[in-house]
Design a protein around this ligand. Structure first.
Ligand code: NUP
Length: 265
C-alpha cells in the first residue's frame, strides 16, 4: 500500500484526522512524572495510551529529542514503541541536504526510527528530495506554506505569476509518481489552504498551527479536506499535551474536526 492509500485507510479506520504532536519539554512535564526515571518516555506513553483510539497519527518533532542528547534519542526510540502499529508516526525534522547526504537522513528516519513519514525541506531540489520518496510505503511531507510569520519572507515571494510555495507544489506533484508525497500547510493560512487543496486533489496535507499558534480549526478543516473529507492531518501539540485533562481536550478537538468535516459545504 502506498503512503497516500495508508493515510486514507488509517483515517477511515480510526474515523480521525487528529495527529497529536509529541514535543515534550522537560520542565513542562507534570511533577509526578518528573520523579520517574525517564520523564519524557513516561509522559509520551501516558499521552499515547490515553489518546491512541482517537488519533490517526503522532508527530514527533526531532528537535525536542535531540536537545536532550543521547538520552533524548533513546527516549524517542522508546516512545515510538508505544505507538500502536496501526497508527501513523511522523518524524518532523524538516531535513535535507545534497542527495548523497539526504540518503542517510532518509535511512535513519525511515529504517532506523521506522517513521512512516517525515517532513522534508524542498529548498535543495529534486535530487535532495528523491531519497525520501523512493519507498512508496513511506511518506514525505514537503514544506509548502508553513504556519510561522516568516512564511511570507520566501514562500510568498512572487516567481513569475506564482508564489514560490505554489511552484514548490507544482514541482512536487511531478515527483509524486509513487503516491507518497504530502504537503505541510499551516492552519494560520486558511485562505491559501483552500486553493492548495484544489491543486493537490487527494494528496495528504499535514496541518500544524492549531491551538497554541492560533490557527483556525473550523476554517482549516472546511477548506483543507479532500472531496472525500479526509487526507488532512490536523496536528495539535502543546494545547493537547499540556492540557489539564489530556483525554478530554483531545476528544473535544477530535469531535470538532469530525463535525466540521461532515458539515455540508
Ligand atoms: O509550518 C509548520 N509549523 C509548525 O508548527 C511546520 C511544522 N512542522 N510545525 C511544527 O508543528 C512545529 O515545529 C511543532 O512541532 C508543531 C506545532 O506544535 P504546536 O504549535 O501545536 O505545539
Amino acid at each position: 500500500m502506498n503512503f497516500s492509500e495508508k493515510v486514507r485507510e488509517v483515517q477511515q479506520r480510526t474515523n480521525s484526522l487528529l495527529c497529536i504532536g509529541l514535543d515534550p519539554v522537560l520542565e513542562k512535564i507534570p511533577s509526578h512524572l518528573q520523579k520517574t526515571g525517564d520523564p519524557i518516555v513516561e509522559f509520551n506513553k501516558f499521552i499515547i495510551e490515553t489518546t491512541s483510539d482517537i488519533v490517526c497519527a503522532y508527530k514527533f518533532n526531532l528537535a525536542f529529542y535531540e536537545a536532550q542528547g543521547v538520552s533524548g534519542i533513546e527516549a524517542l526510540e522508546e516512545s515510538l514503541e508505544s505507538v500502536p502499529n496501526e497508527i501513523l508516526t511522523i518524524g518532523d525534522g524538516k531535513r535535507n541536504d545534497i542527495g548523497n547526504s539526504a540518503e542517510r537522513y532518509a535511512e535513519t528516519l525511515f529504517y532506523g526510527f521506522e517513521f512512516d513519514a517525515v517532513t522534508v525541506n524542498p529548498y535543495m531540489g529534486t535530487d535532495s528530495v528523491e531519497p525520501f520518496i523512493r519507498d512508496p510505503e513511506k511518506g514525505a511531507f514537503i514544506l509548502a506554506l508553513t504556519s510561522n510569520p516568516g512564511a511570507r519572507d520566501f514562500q510568498k515571494l512572487k516567481v513569475g505569476d506564482n508564489y514560490l510555495y505554489e511552484k514548490v507544489i507544482q514541482r512536487a506533484k511531478k515527483w509524486n509518481t509513487n503516491n507518497n508525497i504530502g504537503f505541510v500547510v499551516g492552519a494560520t493560512q486558511p485562505r491559501e489552504l483552500a486553493s492548495i487543496r484544489k491543486r493537490v486533489h487527494d494528496m495528504p496535507i499535514l496541518l500544524p498551527g492549531v491551538g497554541a499558534q492560533g490557527g483556525d480549526l473550523k476554517k482549516s478543516v472546511e477548506s483543507g479536506c479532500s472531496k472525500k473529507r479526509d487526507m488532512l492531518l490536523v496536528n495539535v501539540g502543546r494545547s493537547i499535551i499540556y492540557a489539564q485533562n489530556v483525554r478530554d481536550t483531545a476528544l473535544e478537538i477530535h469531535t470538532m474536526i469530525n463535525t466540521y468535516r461532515n458539515e455540508e459545504k
